[in-house]
Design a protein around this ligand. Structure first.
Ligand SMILES: Cc1cc2nc3c(=O)[nH]c(=O)nc-3n(C[C@H](O)[C@H](O)[C@H](O)COP(=O)(O)O)c2cc1C
Length: 173
């Protein structure tokens, strides 16, 4: 299959996940094109399937991903497609946090009109070394509340790579 992966990221974790998906799909002999939503990505027409992913920042997905979906809505609703949402709430032990993240995705689909065949929620990372002073402070507070690491001297990754692999292999089937 010819598969397109379009992603939007701030600190790079969603790009890392998209690249991992690319590797998994290529190892299954699929042909994969991967593109950043903010860098004029290809349209879905020439592909058999499309994976679209974005991280959540302050309860919102990136505007570049929303723009891509709105621009290609008719085509996306015709072909096999899936969305992967990357955030910290999914790494939390608090069930309400998971529900909130899932509702952000559902509202996003309602607003855009996109009906992907699957939606996957993936835990992201705390990239303390990339945050400025205030971001570090806020993210440390959020991490404390949600059970993430408060050690700001290094980054902490929460992505479950086996779950990402299963999701992408299921999608390709
Ligand atoms: C400024 C900021 C705001 C964030 N807001 C949320 C949020 O509202 N909900 C959430 O679950 N995670 C939130 N996160 C966590 C990110 O989704 C997480 O760090 C993710 O791995 C970022 O992926 P990216 O590197 O691809 O942008 C936020 C992170 C930052 C730095």
């Amino acid at each position: 299959m010819k598969i397109l992966i379009v992603y939007a990221t701030s600190e790079g974790q969603t790009r890392k996940i998209a690249r991992f998906m690319e590797e998994v799909l290529q190892s299954e002999n699929h042909s994969v094109v991967i593109a950043d939503a903010s860098e004029d990505p290809p349209t879905p027409e020439k592909f058999d399937a499309v994976l679209i992913g974005s991280s959540i920042h302050i309860q919102k997905y990136h505007s570049s991903i929303k723009h891509y979906i709105m621009k290609n809505l008719d085509e996306l609703n015709k072909i096999h497609s899936a969305f992967f949402s990357v955030c910290m709430a999914i790494a939390s032990d608090i069930e309400e946090e998971h529900e909130e993240a899932k509702n952000i995705a559902l509202e996003f689909m309602e607003k855009t009109g996109w009906k992907p065949d699957a939606i996957s929620h993936m835990a992201g990372a705390l990239k303390y070394t990339q945050y400025d002073y205030f971001k570090k402070l806020i993210m440390r507070m959020i991490a404390k509340k949600e059970g993430g690491s408060t050690d700001t001297s290094k980054d902490h990754e929460y992505t479950d790579w086996d779950a990402v692999r299963s999701f992408v292999l299921d999608f390709a089937k």
